[in-house]
Ligand binder design. Structure first.
Ligand code: NAD
Length: 501
């Protein structure tokens, strides 16, 4: 079966879930709509999976888990490479689906999908290189560890980068011998279903990769709570992450949490202001601010604040907001009516807490029914205000002025989040000294965030636990087995030398 996608009509017919290598409706027959955020019109009806559907998917993934674990790593790698080739072959369709469902403008969706094979190749290459270690122990013994897969892994995915986030956790999981059950976000299920089609075409055995669509509180919660799920990778809001961690704790699943953020973009007084403005705009407007690492707190040194703000408003004037499929669009809509209402409510909160410096309304000429907002900037923001502390997940930035590094570090670290920071300036000693003091999982100096398969990504504090990407991600998808072999005659029961227990 192939997903019936008419790119011109912006419609998908007959979307089904992918369980045990087959296409299926929800057992209860229920469906829910998914909309084009550019227009607010329905593009597809998606199966509304529930706990019975999750049971089917987990049972399939469990049935093949041991066989997949003991499939040669080189064979697993070969399948991942075949999948990478399939993604490249179908890149245009995947990108159009992603743009239609999530609101990424088309050129950006094409860039994102074009990069997906990098993740598949990276983990295909790692599959036969990951191993344990030998350990020096007293006596004539050989002692070593084996890294083993967890078994069935759950992947609960948000709507902001639906395919990239699915692949960044499923690629290492599969490469290292785990089976997968994916629960895409309810707003953006379509690229996961197309991807499942390519998994089948690439030749993965039935049951190794499954997709259950549905609502978070139904299919998502049932998946996290399933006793046969040994590992959970959850990417989403901190609030939901706490619920998922509790559900996983009930059956002692290993839980990786990639959660929210309220990241700083820090402008030092010696920064090139044109570059700083570019990094700042990328930071809070990229994907209409719906990025976990979005730089929504702009810490600008008091000496350059006036010049920075003048350049910032001039740059924002040039940002083309509109339908993601229109030529030249640089910022598309928010993903849903719910997100549109949320962002607008924070803009109202901002007006009562600070000074509206730029934006705050609906961009002129954007399509009726679409979820468009202007890039919005507040000045005179107090660090304790809601717009400076809470994750808005829209293109809304708060400008906070600073004068000394001690004051800066204290304000930046005064947050429940600790995901990421961007630093802009020329004095390397000053930049690196500050970077060391920030309570965040990642720092980018003189650049905007760039996600790569080989560099670890994750958060401190309530931004998460564990790491995706880079070799650090191995720990999220494996468990350690220690093996020892005694090469001498077995010691007498009373001979405790070198063996205190
Ligand atoms: P969300 O928490 O609302 O949903 C994420 C996923 O969880 C969805 O698939 C949803 O259906 C599911 N879900 C919802 N309730 C559930 C429950 N009770 N049990 C199990 N699953 C449930 O997040 P969102 O709004 O889709 O995504 C935006 C959030 O994701 C932001 O906070 C953003 O910062 C975060 N995010 C983090 C990273 C990262 O790498 N740290 C990356 C992308 C997004």
């Amino acid at each position: 079966m192939t997903l019936a996608f008419d790119a011109t009509a912006r419609k998908v017919d007959d979307a089904r879930m992918f369980i045990d290598g087959g296409w299926t409706a929800a057992g209860a027959g229920a469906r829910f709509p998914t909309v084009d955020p550019n227009t607010g019109t329905t593009i597809a009806e998606v199966p509304r999976g529930d706990s019975a559907d999750v049971d089917r998917a987990v049972a399939a993934a469990k049935r093949v888990a041991v066989e997949w674990q003991f499939t040669d790593a080189i064979a697993r790698a070969g399948l991942l490479r075949a999948l990478a080739a399939k993604v490249t072959e179908h890149a245009d369709e995947l990108a159009r689906l992603e743009a239609l469902d999530s609101g990424h403008y088309l050129a950006k969706a094409q860039e994102l999908v074009g990069a997906i094979p990098l993740w598949l190749d990276y983990w295909a290459s790692a599959a036969d290189k990951v191993g344990g270690r030998t350990i020096e122990v007293p006596g004539n013994k050989l002692s070593f560890t084996i890294l083993e897969p967890l078994g069935v892994t759950a992947h609960i995915v948000p709507w902001n980068y639906p395919l990239l986030i699915l692949v960044r956790s499923c690629a290492p999981a599969l490469a290292l011998g785990n089976t997968c059950v994916v629960k895409p976000a309810e707003d953006t299920s379509l690229s996961a279903l197309k991807f499942a089609e390519l998994v089948k075409e690439a030749g993965f055995p039935d049951g190794v990769f499954n997709v259950v669509t549905g609502y978070g509180g139904e299919a998502g919660a049932a998946l996290a709570a399933h006793p046969d799920v040994a590992g959970i990778t959850f990417t989403g809001s901190t609030e939901t992450g706490k619920q998922v961690a509790k559900l996983g704790a009930d059956h002692i699943a290993q839980v990786n949490l990639e959660l929210g953020g309220k990241s700083p973009t820090i402008v030092f007084p010696d920064a090139d202001l044109d570059e700083a403005v570019e990094a700042a705009v990328q930071g809070f407007c990229s994907h209409t601010g719906q990025v976990c690492v979005a730089g929504t707190r702009l810490f600008v040194h008091a000496d350059v604040e006036k010049d920075f703000l003048a350049k910032l408003s001039a740059r924002l004037e040039q940002t083309q907001v509109g339908d993601g499929f229109a030529e030249g669009t640089q910022m598309g809509p928010l993903v849903s009516q719910k997100q549109f209402d949320r962002v607008n409510s924070y803009i109202e909160i901002g007006k009562s807490e600070a000074t509206l410096f730029y934006g705050g309304g609906r961009p002129e000429g954007t399509p009726e029914g679409g979820y468009f907002v202007q890039p919005t900037v507040f000045t005179g923001v107090d660090n304790s205000s809601r717009i400076a502390q809470e994750e808005i997940f829209g293109p809304v930035a708060s400008v906070l002025s600073w004068s000394t590094e001690d004051e800066l570090v204290e304000k930046v670290n005064d947050s429940i989040y600790g995901l990421f920071a961007v630093l802009l300036g020329k004095d390397v000693t000053r930049l690196l000294s500050t970077a060391r003091r920030l309570q965040v999982g990642g720092v980018m100096i003189n650049d905007w965030f760039g996600e790569l398969p080989m560099t670890p990504h994750g958060g401190h504090k309530q931004s998460g636990t564990g790491r995706e990407e880079g070799l650090e991600a191995i720990h999220g998808y494996t468990q350690v087995k220690h093996v020892a072999i005694n090469l001498d005659p077995l010691r007498a029961a009373t001979d405790w030398a070198g063996a205190p227990l």
